[in-house]
Design a protein around this ligand. Structure first.
Ligand code: UT7
Length: 340
């Protein structure tokens, strides 16, 4: 439980940036690669296309840097004033150094320290809570929270059950203290008993890279989709209704649901339980697929022009770990000033 206390400053999102690679991988493209169909993919997931980062040495740090740089440029932020950078990712450029250090150097955040946070599709939400804690405690004034994943680097494009789902992208937000708006409440969960349902089997200390792990394709993500789907529907719906009850929010009080974009059917079920109509649900899965840690900040970027001070947002994620959660925040600035 981490309900906001009135003696602390609140941690408000005061800027958003994003990056999407140019190259599109469409459902008809995938029909040429594996035995699938546009109809199956759209009806089971809601996805029409995803973005893929071209393989010319660019990786997650590049996309995270682009998202951060856009935020810095459009909101006129001096990078030397950023205190902390947290990058949520399961596809860091390297196991170490942290992607956050590469971003820190690239954007010229000369005063910042930073680290990566690994919580799969819940990474951005957990990183947001982390970053907010530094603001609320007074240990930082400006925290950059980035969700970035190059899912194409760990996707097996011969496995039709996973390769249709994922895409590459990055999204970034800036957290600053506010007397009025910001993160109000969080409910986060983890259940390692189901760790095997969604994982990258090799490349860690348990099974370091070897000829055997490469031959077995164990550097690609594996997912047992059906049980993950069941856990996601229950987990996301429960945690969203929980955070609404704790904060006395009815469906009509929530201006926007900002859900992790794994499957349109999971999002619809969650919105239904919350009593929200579809116009209150941020959804861009059709254009980008599942970009893991980037989905929530990408939604915030895409809807930024609609957001006004005081809007009530419920952010929610579900992913490998298993990990899931919801956060309730009040929006802090007039996004119409930053419309494309
Ligand atoms: O973001 C992290 C958390 N991840 C999630 O939340 C993902 C949760 N899971 C899902 O979204 C869904 O389980 C999937 C979209 C991955 C799969 O949809 P499903 O409705 O659960 O399908 P299924 O795995 O139960 O498979 C149904 C059938 C199977 O054939 P049989 O055994 O019924 O003959 C699959 O082999 O669909 C088949 N299938 C496909 N057919 C065409 C699986 N993938 C494909 C495909 N194209 N790409």
């Amino acid at each position: 439980m981490s309900t906001f206390s009135s003696t602390q400053p609140q941690a408000a999102i005061t800027a958003v940036g994003h990056f999407l690679p140019e190259r599109r991988l469409t459902n008809p493209d995938l029909e040429q690669m594996v035995e699938t169909s546009d109809e199956w993919i759209q009806s089971r997931t809601g996805i029409k296309e995803r973005r893929i980062l071209d393989d010319d040495g660019k990786a997650t740090a590049y996309m995270a840097t682009q998202a951060a740089q856009e935020l810095i440029d459009t909101h006129d932020i001096d990078p030397a004033t950023i205190d902390l950078i947290i990058v949520a990712t399961v596809t860091p450029d390297m196991l170490f150094p942290a992607t956050a250090c590469l971003v820190q150097d690239q954007i010229g955040a000369s005063s910042a320290w930073g680290f990566d946070l690994s919580a799969a599709c819940s990474g951005f939400l957990f990183a947001l809570t982390n970053g907010a804690s530094f603001i609320e405690s007074g240990r930082a004034e400006r925290v950059l929270v980035i969700g970035a994943d190059t899912m194409s680097s760990i996707t097996d494009y011969t496995d039709r059950s996973t390769c249709i789902l994922f895409g590459d992208a990055a999204g970034a937000v800036l957290l600053e203290p506010s007397d009025t708006y910001g993160l109000q409440d969080t409910v986060h969960h983890a259940d390692g008993a189901h760790a095997d349902l969604l994982k990258l089997p090799a490349g860690g200390s348990r099974r370091p890279a070897s000829h055997e792990t490469v031959d077995a394709g164990d550097h690609y993500l594996k997912q047992d989709g059906r049980p993950v789907f069941r856990h996601a529907v229950t987990g996301m719906s429960d945690v969203c209704t929980d955070i609404m009850e704790r904060n006395d929010l009815s469906g009509s009080d929530v201006d926007y649901l900002v859900p992790h974009q794994a499957n349109q059917r999971i999002i619809d079920a969650t919105a239904n339980r919350m009593g929200l109509s579809s116009d209150k649900v941020m959804m861009n899965i059709d254009r980008y697929g599942n970009t893991t840690a980037a989905t929530v900040p990408l939604c915030l970027y895409d809807w930024q022009h609609e957001l006004r001070p005081g809007h009530n947002l419920v952010l929610t994620t579900f992913g490998g770990g298993l990990t899931w959660g919801a956060s309730y925040l009040t929006w802090a600035y007039d996004g119409s000033e930053y419309a494309d």
